[in-house]
Design a protein around this ligand. Structure first.
Ligand code: SF4
Ligand code: SF4
Length: 135
């Protein structure tokens, strides 16, 4: 008798094989509902431009694992994180109009920042790299 297993990743889209630079401002960007996000990081490795990170550690003092946030200037609006979170965890990410995001967060979303460029020092990523190097 053969056993049929459920494919948990079946509806998660595959990552693109070739990643290009972000050329223009996306029509939609991802926004995390921090009240719903468990900080599980399931979405992080699926982002093709690696722009999902934890919020600063001091933002929430009452949770063991802080939620994640999106670096809006690097998000290309692909929606992969939304589908990953919805299928695998808590449905904590939604896509929004960049104009609304700019108003809500008091920021300006541009279309040229990409990947590892323009990331200031002392980010969560830098700290992770340092932690890894110390091991
Ligand atoms: S998969 Fe969802 S719950 Fe997990 S860190 Fe990402 S946004 Fe948060
Ligand atoms: S929409 Fe795409 S690029 Fe933007 S944060 Fe989600 S996975 Fe990354």
């Amino acid at each position: 008798m053969t056993t049929k297993t459920y494919d948990h990743y079946g509806k998660v889209p595959p990552l693109p094989r070739v990643i290009g630079d972000k050329k223009k401002r996306p029509q939609i960007v991802a926004v995390v509902n921090e009240d719903n996000c468990t900080g599980c990081e399931a979405c992080v490795p699926f982002c093709p431009v690696d722009c999902i990170e934890h919020v600063p550690a001091d933002k929430y003092t009452d949770v063991a694992i802080p939620p994640v946030q999106i670096r809006f200037n690097e998000c290309i609006g692909c929606q992969i994180c939304v589908r990953v979170c919805e299928k695998l965890t808590w449905d904590a990410i939604a896509m929004h109009d960049p104009d609304d995001v700019e108003k809500q967060f008091g920021i300006k979303i541009v279309g040229t920042a990409y990947g590892w460029d323009n990331i200031p020092e002392d980010t969560w990523i830098d700290r992770k790299v340092e932690q890894h190097a110390r091991k």
